[in-house]
Each structure stands twice: as structure tokens, then as C-alpha cells.
Write a protein that binds this ligand. Sequence first.
Ligand code: AR6
Length: 169
Amino acid sequence: MIEIIQGDITTLHVDAIVNAANGALRGGGGVDGAIHRAAGPGLLQELKRFPGCPTGDAVITRGYNLPAKHVIHAVGPIWYGGTRMEDQLLAKTYHKSFLRATESGDIRSIAFPAISTGAYRFPKREATMIALTAMLEHEKEFDRIVACVFDEELAALYRGTLDFLRRRL
Ligand code: AR6
């Protein structure tokens, strides 16, 4: 089941939330900053075990003070006008996040923010299509997949795109 929720991903009671991180894995602004603030300092401590993470890949940690048991830190691509395989890299970011969740063995529900659509400037329409296509491909592996978006405009785009993609299946 895919659900679209408008709100703050740090408040969701799911087995794992996905973070839109950067390759250094040491925190940042946007959703990354919100997740670190809500999780507490244990999150950064655990992330220090990793030297970093390449674009298109993801690492998993515990959720500390978050309601979510796990955080999957995914590194989406920066948008360079579509000249650097950004579409493929964003799709890969979603697939790797799902892979980390299935590898963990105990994740039945997972929530994603709109990776790369903030500071990384990925065009929203294209990013939404890529995100929901990946979610539809993994729908049967999980009880619940949540697309958590911050603003009403993006929530409407997600709803319209999900309807469009489901009609095509
Ligand atoms: N819950 C859900 N969505 C949120 C939240 C929240 N609490 N806060 C922001 N968003 P961004 P990126 C939305 O910039 O583009 C960071 O500094 C936001 O409206 O967080 O992948 C990292 O450290 C937008 O739609 O991530 C990296 O350096 C979406 O989350 C860099 O930004 C993603 O925006 C990553 O950039």
C-alpha cells in the first residue's frame, strides 16, 4: 500500500524513515537537519562509523529518539540540468533505500521524503514520477510505503502522479 502524507517525516510511526542526506553523512539542513534534531546525538555518533556514502546509495542506522526504529540515509543527486544522469541516480537512490530496508529483515513500513527536491533542486515533476515509479515496483514487499511531503502543492502533485501511474499499470 502506498500512502501520501503531508507533514513532518520525523513524527511518523513507521519501522524506517528515509533521510535525504549528503555524501558526508554528518547532518545538514532540510529534512536531514530535522531528523538529526529529533533523533538526538546518538544518530551522528553511529554515522561516524561510515566514511561517507556515494550518490545513489544508502546506509542504515537506528532511529534513537525518533518514533521510527531505523533511519535509512540516502544520498540523492544534485540537479545539474539533467546532464549528469540525475534521473538514473535518483531512481537508484530509491532502489538502494528499499534494498537496505529488506536487508534489515524487520522493516514492514517505510516513509520517504521527496529526495533531492529541496537544496539539490531536482525538478519536482520528474522527481515525483521517479519516486512513485520506484515505490510501485516495491509495493508488494512492504505493508506500508509512505510518501511524506512537506507542502500541499507537492502533495497534490504526488496524488495526481500516483493516479496516473496506477492507470497505466
Ligand atoms: N519532513 C518531510 N519533508 C521535509 C522535511 C520534513 N521534516 N523538511 C524538509 N522536507 P532537502 P535534498 C522536504 O533540502 O534536496 C541537506 O542539507 C523539502 O520540502 O531536505 O535531497 C542535506 O544534508 C523537500 O521537498 O533535501 C543535503 O546536503 C525535501 O524534503 C541536502 O540538503 C528534500 O529537501 C540534500 O538536499
